[in-house]
Design a protein around this ligand. Structure first.
Ligand code: NAD
Length: 251
């Protein structure tokens, strides 16, 4: 229980990868702040299971992030995980979707970091982890906003790493390939339309085609690395971008 007494905020943790990370951090004793949307009774059940509190702030605005951070209190482990996706050719890409993806997948991580860092610096310890993506390193067609935001968060992470290196605070990215979560499932219909494919073709010829292992990554695999990055043994891992993509970005 090496995180006992530490407070961890995981954005977008009512589902998918964020929930797995929140579970794993709670399993090591961290007091967890959940964030994200979902059915109230399900969120209540998660809070009871993890001994967590939940703040439902919408992180697409600076004000939403400020409300979250005010309610969450001082944070020792910050996991910037909340993210959305939209799939469309660039000429059809709705500008409001572009704005929302940049706001949530990139700008929210800047706002949480700027508000969390003073406490981390003052105590001389902190961990900032971003759930980036293989798309922080490589592109796919029809994902202009997502790929731009994920490349951006990889850059932001490097800046945080350099600025905070002498303060006992590390900043790193974890970059999964395809993980079977609602985010991936919900992009299948638009990908079918953009590429003129069936559901099975999208799964096998687009999603799994990227991953040499031909298998989806499990959320728990991402969570295990996040826990490791919080350990003292990881104190010199700083500014890194770790892929968990079955070899996708090795090509
Ligand atoms: P998910 O859809 O299962 O979960 C997304 C979470 O974000 C949910 O808790 C949701 O309520 C929350 N959320 C959505 N809009 C929000 C908003 N405006 N404000 C606050 N919270 C909001 O998705 P996931 O697949 O678990 O994705 C989590 C992260 O992992 C994202 O950043 C995503 O880009 C990244 N990622 C996912 C995959 C994948 O294949 N699933 C691969 C690489 C990276």
């Amino acid at each position: 229980m090496f995180l006992s007494g530490k407070r961890a905020l995981v954005t977008g943790s009512t589902s998918g990868i964020g929930l797995a990370i929140a579970r794993a951090l709670a399993g090591e004793g961290a007091g967890v702040v959940l964030n994200g949307f979902g059915p109230p009774d399900e969120i209540e059940r998660l809070c009871a299971e993890l001994g967590a509190v939940h703040v439902a702030a919408d992180l697409t605005t600076a004000e939403g992030v400020e409300a979250l951070m005010a309610e969450a209190g001082p944070i020792d482990v910050l996991v910037n995980n909340a993210g959305i996706q939209h799939v469309a050719p660039v000429e059809d890409f709705p500008p409001d979707k572009w704005e929302a993806i940049i706001a949530l997948n990139l700008s929210a991580a800047f706002h949480t970091a700027r508000l969390a860092v003073p406490h981390m610096k003052a105590q001389g310890w902190g961990r900032i982890i971003a759930t980036a993506s293989a798309h922080s390193l490589a592109a796919s067609p029809f994902k202009s906003a997502y790929v731009a935001a994920k490349h951006g968060i990889a850059g932001l992470t490097k800046v945080l790493a350099l600025e905070l290196a002498e303060h006992g605070v590390t900043a790193n990215c974890i970059s999964p390939g395809y993980v079977w979560t609602p985010l991936v499932e919900s992009q299948i219909p638009d990908t079918m339309a953009a590429r003129g494919m069936t559901r099975e073709q999208v799964i096998n010829d687009v999603l799994l085609a990227k991953q040499p292992t031909k298998a989806f990554v499990q959320p728990e695999e991402v969570a295990a690395l996040a826990v490791f990055l919080c350990r003292d043994e990881a104190r010199n891992i700083n500014g890194a971008n770790y892929t968990i993509d079955g070899g996708w970005t090795a090509e």
